[in-house]
Design a protein around this ligand. Structure first.
Ligand code: FES
Length: 150
């Protein structure tokens, strides 16, 4: 079946109903994940390690904070394509953001930026978001410890 010539076509990656398969944007992030790796200990201001007990996947995430913004971010994921792609997109959304904005990034923001994700893969996007929250909490703890020492 083809669209009528004047029928508007959805933009690439725009979900028009339930998303049944990985979107092109998601697949591109899976094939070429951004910010994969880890930060050196000296660069690390916050670290998060989380796991999803339902599938056993694990996620590590490092952040460096400069002038109240996420200056560098890196992740390693022992997870499915959905977990890798959503974590990659999360790092793109978070990089350069002020801490308070980064804290407000939700799994829905990540899914929307990827053009959707199949329903049974929605939980995968939580791993990156949760790891970022844990890393931000770790950063806060380190700041408080520094302040207490000075
Ligand atoms: Fe576990 Fe995707 S199936 S994170």
């Amino acid at each position: 079946m083809t669209n009528a010539p004047d029928e508007p076509k959805p933009a690439a990656g725009t979900p028009t109903g339930p998303v049944l398969f990985y979107t092109e944007t998601l697949l591109e992030h899976f094939r070429n994940p951004r910010n994969v790796g880890e930060l050196a200990e000296a660069d690390t201001d916050g670290f998060g390690l989380v796991g999803d007990p339902s599938c056993g996947d694990q996620m590590k995430l490092w952040i460096a904070v400069r002038d109240g913004r996420i200056a560098k971010i890196a992740f390693q994921s022992f997870g499915c394509p959905g977990a890798i792609a959503t974590s990659s997109m999360l790092t793109e959304l978070a990089e350069g953001k002020p801490i308070e904005e980064a804290r407000r990034i939700t799994d829905d923001d990540v899914i929307e930026a990827l053009g959707g994700i199949p329903e049974n893969k929605k939980h995968c996007s939580l791993l990156g978001v949760q790891a970022l929250q844990v890393a931000l909490g770790d950063w806060e703890g380190r700041q408080a410890a520094k302040a207490a020492r000075s």
